[in-house]
Ligand binder design. Structure first.
Ligand code: ADP
Ligand code: ZN
Length: 720
């Protein structure tokens, strides 16, 4: 089985290796075991249920929460040659009955449905009539009130285990605490599920925090240093979204806005324009996210502090789903904290308010404390990051200096001691910066020896020092007033030093980050930029023609690979990451032609990095499998002869031929099957309608014609 899965991985998806956990999940599903998997966004969940559905008899039913997402998922699956459909209320009755027909003929690998369906008895009954190989529940956290996105409709899914015994259920989510996990497995009644918790680390994301200053200009600068790369800018309010979008447009950036204040139509249009690379940047509130599957988002900018780390993780998580290096920049100013607190303070429930406040400060810590951002991020989700230097965040990549701040620490702690630990943070900082406020004067604190000893530094500087003292437990806070701990007193009385890590001011360390914006470890392998641009244009045209988003045709990563390897033959193209046989048949040739044309103009270009080599046996077999079928077909073998010659099941052979018949005119249907049969089938289709089901046609021929032959004729005439 191992081998067979490797072959299908390359054939269908174009990948030469499984990601961690994918193989185990697939194998468990194939062994009819339930699965519960927590995988981060971009971790590759869809492959985990698509692959078993392809290699099994019968249809996989996929429950997905959003109709907009379903369409993209189905488009994405179809270009891989997977036979996928979706049911939603927007379909006409005729379209619906078509789908039912396909399903009952066992001609579907995957059927995407919304959870509401499971409340409809007619739907449940129709499921009983077909051969189902698995149920996949996507975004399974929607089952739990404890998750962040509870949807009552998901509770309908309880019925699956009762009615369809013996069929494995695989539940997937990108966020699940223990509590949510218990809820999901309980409600779906999963039977001792094979459980996977993948790491939440996103190694291709580079995290960076920059002090927020004139944020719109900062955003503009950043976008300008990434010309043509798609990105998302998150802002908290509708007003700032509109403002920033306008500002960017005025400065020549192709940008649109997205927030809940726009009408549905407008929102969809803007989202589509972004999906299809018609604009470069979308400026959005957090309303933007669910429902986008765009894999080539190259940067995410958080222009305001997110409310909590969950939000930050989700928003930054939309970058780099294709696995290519991507940048996440947070512009952080302390001014964001009181603004968010204002909303939090309005929460009535005490406990909820406390949790929200706590979460906000954890987020502020992540942005301000000089500890690896990745370590902090993962630590928040209970995962320990093993390396000392992640090589992919500003903290790890900038040189830090240990600076002795004992004297400054003594100044501020002495002000705390002399005011008898009875005052708040702002008051203490007023004292040392020599600020004669009303309260300072009223308590005669302007007469203290520590008054004004810290005038040489900005208030903000003292706030940061105090943050660090609090974090390192030298200073405690009780009912808003500052207290000294034993540890703090050791520093105050000179028994201990207070060292701090500060960003090095040495320019050579900083410039690498500021200029390139990317960590060396996260740099994309070198590729031919000019060719990439040309391929990208071609991808746009192909996508428009097929009416799908460009990333559905090929991801950026795939185009980068092409712009490195210059594939000029089918076998070479199949070595490219993300090119399987179905995509090869549909678009491969066009891209090969583009590469050839380019090389004619630039004969000096040579493949960068590894020259095309057969990397694994599986890869070779995968390519051979299809090649042999096509070779024989091109050598005018008939369909039954090909099956016999290669000793393959007719359905396997027809699958490969169908894709080719639909997309190329190299194969001749009349050598594949008897022309007499073809003409008869076509006549039936003409007179009885193109949507005539394959079984109905087969019946007319009293079994003399196989379903595969009918499918081939349909493929050659361009009807589904
Ligand atoms: P998720 O649904 O978990 O957010 P997807 O299933 O959309 O993620 O996969 C994210 C990206 O990773 C897609 O571009 C997909 O093609 C790619 N991917 C998935 N599995 C692999 C693999 N084994 N090797 C390379 N890329 C993969
Ligand atoms: Zn780091």
């Amino acid at each position: 089985m191992r081998d067979m899965l490797d072959i299908q991985l390359k054939r269908v998806f174009g990948y030469s290796e499984f990601r961690p956990d994918q193989r185990e999940i697939v194998e468990n599903i194939l062994h009819k075991k339930d699965v519960f998997a927590v995988m981060p966004t971009g971790g590759g969940k869809s492959l985990c249920y698509q692959l078993p559905a392809i290699v099994s008899e019968g249809t996989g039913i996929v429950v997905s929460p959003l109709i907009s997402l379903m369409k993209d998922q189905v488009d994405g699956a179809r270009v891989l040659g997977i036979r996928a459909e979706y049911l939603n209320s927007n379909l006409s009755p005729a379209e619906m009955s078509d789908i039912y027909r396909l399903r009952e003929n066992n001609e579907l690998d995957l059927l995407y449905v919304s959870p509401e369906r499971f409340a409809m008895e007619s739907f449940l009954q129709s499921l009983e009539r077909i051969n189902i190989c698995l149920f996949a529940v996507d975004e399974a956290h929607c089952m739990s009130e404890w998750g962040h996105d509870f949807r009552p409709d998901y509770l309908n899914l309880k019925i699956i285990k009762e009615r369809y015994r013996g069929i494995p259920i695989a539940a997937f989510t990108a966020t699940a605490t223990e509590k949510v996990q218990t809820d999901i497995t309980g409600r779906l009644n999963l039977n001792d599920p094979f459980t996977v918790r993948a790491s939440f680390n996103r190694p291709n994301l580079y995290y960076r925090v920059e002090p927020k200053d004139d944020v719109e200009y900062q955003i503009l600068e950043l976008i300008k240093s990434h010309p043509g790369e798609p990105g998302i800018v998150y802002r908290t309010s509708r007003k700032s979204v509109e403002g920033t979008a306008d500002f960017l447009k005025q400065n020549g950036v192709k940008a649109l806005s997205y927030h809940a204040g726009l009408d549905k139509h407008q929102r969809e249009n803007n989202q589509n324009a972004f999906n299809r690379d018609e604009i470069q940047v979308i400026v959005a509130t957090i309303a933007f996210g669910m429902g986008i599957d765009k894999s080539n988002v190259r940067f995410v900018i958080n222009a305001d502090l997110p409310k909590n780390i969950e939000g930050y993780y989700q928003e930054t998580g939309r970058a780099g789903r294709d696995g290519d290096p991507s940048l996440c920049v947070l512009f952080f100013g302390r001014g964001d904290i009181p603004r968010l607190r204002y909303f939090i303070d309005k929460i009535e429930d005490d406990q909820e308010r406390r949790i929200a406040t706590d979460k906000l400060y954890r987020m502020a810590d992540l942005a301000s404390v000089e500890i690896c951002r990745r370590r902090q991020l993962l630590g928040y989700f209970g995962e320990k990051y093993p390396d000392n230097n992640c090589g992919g965040c500003d903290v790890c990549l900038q040189a830090f200096e240990r600076v002795d701040e004992s004297v400054a620490a003594q100044k501020i702690m002495s002000a705390i001691a002399r005011t008898r630990e009875a005052f708040e943070r702002d008051h203490v900082i007023d004292i040392i910066t020599g600020n004669k406020t009303e309260t300072v004067c009223a308590h005669e604190h302007d007469k203290l020896p520590t008054f004004g000893v810290g005038q040489d530094k900005e208030k903000l500087w003292w706030h940061e020092l105090l943050d660090e003292l609090t974090r390192r437990k030298c200073v405690g806070v009780a009912e808003n007033t500052l207290k000294l701990t034993t540890k703090g007193k050791d520093v105050l009385f000179g028994r201990d030093k207070f060292m701090m890590m500060r960003k090095s001011t040495k320019t050579e360390h900083r410039s690498a980050i500021v200029k390139g914006g990317r960590a060396p470890a996260l740099q994309t392998e070198a590729y031919d930029q000019e060719l990439f641009e040309q391929l990208r244009k071609l991808r746009r045209d192909v996508a428009d023609r097929k009416n799908v988003p460009p990333y559905v045709v090929f991801t950026d990563k795939t185009l980068h690979d092409m712009a490195r390897l210059y594939p000029q033959r089918r076998n070479e193209m199949l070595q490219v990451h993300g090119v399987g046989t179905a995509k090869m048949s549909q678009y491969g040739q066009e891209f090969i032609e583009e590469v050839k044309m380019y090389l004619e103009k630039h004969p000096d270009r040579v493949p960068k990095g590894k020259k095309v080599v057969m990397s694994t046996d599986a890869l070779k077999k995968a390519i051979d499998f299809d090649n042999k079928i096509l070779e024989l077909a091109e050598a005018d073998y008939g369909f039954p002869d090909i099956c016999r010659e290669l000793n393959l099941a007719p359905s396997k052979v027809s699958r490969v031929l169908e894709v080719d018949l639909k997309n190329n005119d190299k194969l001749n249907i009349d050598t594949l099957i008897d022309p007499y049969i073809r003409i008869e089938i076509e006549r039936q289709l003409e007179t009885r309608g193109r949507s005539l089901s394959n079984t109905a046609i087969a019946k007319m021929f009293h079994g003399a014609v196989s379903l595969e032959e009918i499918r081939l004729v349909k493929a050659s005439t361009g009807s589904e």
